[in-house]
Design a protein around this ligand. Structure first.
Ligand code: SF4
Length: 51
């Protein structure tokens, strides 16, 4: 199982000091046709805004 080494999304409730504290994350493609050719075409589905 992989671990998230670093995440820059400070607006996420799981982010503390650029580290992900979610137990696990799900990553989806962010393109409408689901064709992924670069990291920018991916997104973290586990993201949740800070409350
Ligand atoms: S859940 Fe996703 S967006 Fe949030 S800190 Fe973890 S990797 Fe980053």
């Amino acid at each position: 199982m992989s671990q998230v080494s670093r995440c820059q999304v400070e607006e996420c409730m799981y982010n503390k000091n650029m580290e992900c504290h979610a137990e696990e994350i799900e990553v989806l493609s962010s393109t409408t046709n689901r064709s992924v050719s670069q990291s920018a075409n991916t997104m973290c589905e586990t993201f949740a805004p800070k409350g």
